[in-house]
Design a binder for this molecule. Structure first.
Ligand code: DC
Length: 226
């Protein structure tokens, strides 16, 4: 049991977890830990070293090589891979698929989960991912399962990328989202599932502000009753 409060936010890609988790952490004075970034860093390491992220045997054999560090610069999370700041590099589209590949390898999960639990022991934390409520923080003060319809998540991603001037196909984005949902929820090791005691929040028809306020109200209620 952690002596600090911990908030677990799980859910599929594109449901708004990171934006909401960041806002909740800031309001409550906790750190925000984006666990997906850690899987992305391991995926990037494998790609850079010529390892196919879906080749689970080789990924497992080399799982101890990537040194993944999380540091906070002016309150913002930075991810370091073997000393290099890879916070930007891990956002490349190619790294999303690599992260999904390595996240299916039990040893990779074991190493990263241990690190995530260590971070939660040190300070209050809001963590987002896929297995936070089920595996990383089974005793979390509050567990949220944040989801949204796949079409809505694809639309948000489409708006985000076109606003950046990128030309993307909505149908392609929707296909990628459906593929990642399937991969994340059908792998053998810690598949994406809602913890029994998690509160289900469907953000399809809610703004980010509404979701954040709702989660904050639940968090305050839990902390008052703790
Ligand atoms: O949240 P994200 O898209 O940055 O996550 C990248 C990949 O890592 C995604 O395919 C799911 C996986 N992941 C995981 O298995 N467990 C976590 N706690 C976080 C992410």
């Amino acid at each position: 049991m952690n002596k600090h409060f911990t908030i677990a936010i799980d859910g599929p890609a594109g449901a708004g977890k990171s934006t909401v988790a960041k806002a909740v952490a800031k309001t409550l004075g906790a750190i925000y830990l984006d666990t997906g970034a850690m899987y992305r860093a391991v995926g990037l390491y494998m790609v850079r070293n010529g390892v196919d992220p879906k080749d689970s045997e080789t990924v497992a054999a080399r799982a101890h090589e990537p040194k993944v560090d999380i540091r906070y610069v002016d309150g913002t999370q930075h991810v370091y891979l073997c000393g290099e700041d890879v916070s930007q590099a891990i956002r490349e589209n190619e790294v999303s698929a690599a992260a999904s590949g390595v996240s299916a390898v039990p040893l990779v999960r074991e190493i990263l989960v241990a690190r995530q639990q260590e971070i939660a022991r040190e300070q209050p934390v809001v963590m987002d991912g896929r297995d936070i409520g089920t595996k990383v923080l089974p005793d979390a003060t509050l567990k949220i399962f944040l989801t949204a319809a796949a079409e809505e998540r694809a639309r948000r991603r489409y708006d985000e990328l076109t606003a950046k001037g990128q030309t993307v196909s909505f149908d392609q984005l929707l296909k990628e989202i459906n593929q990642r949902d399937w991969d994340d929820s059908h792998r053998a090791a810690s598949p994406l599932t809602q913890a029994e005691d998690a509160v289900l929040v469907d953000s399809s028809h809610m703004t980010i502000e509404e979701v954040t306020e709702y989660i904050l109200s639940l968090a305050r209620e839990r902390m008052d009753n703790a």
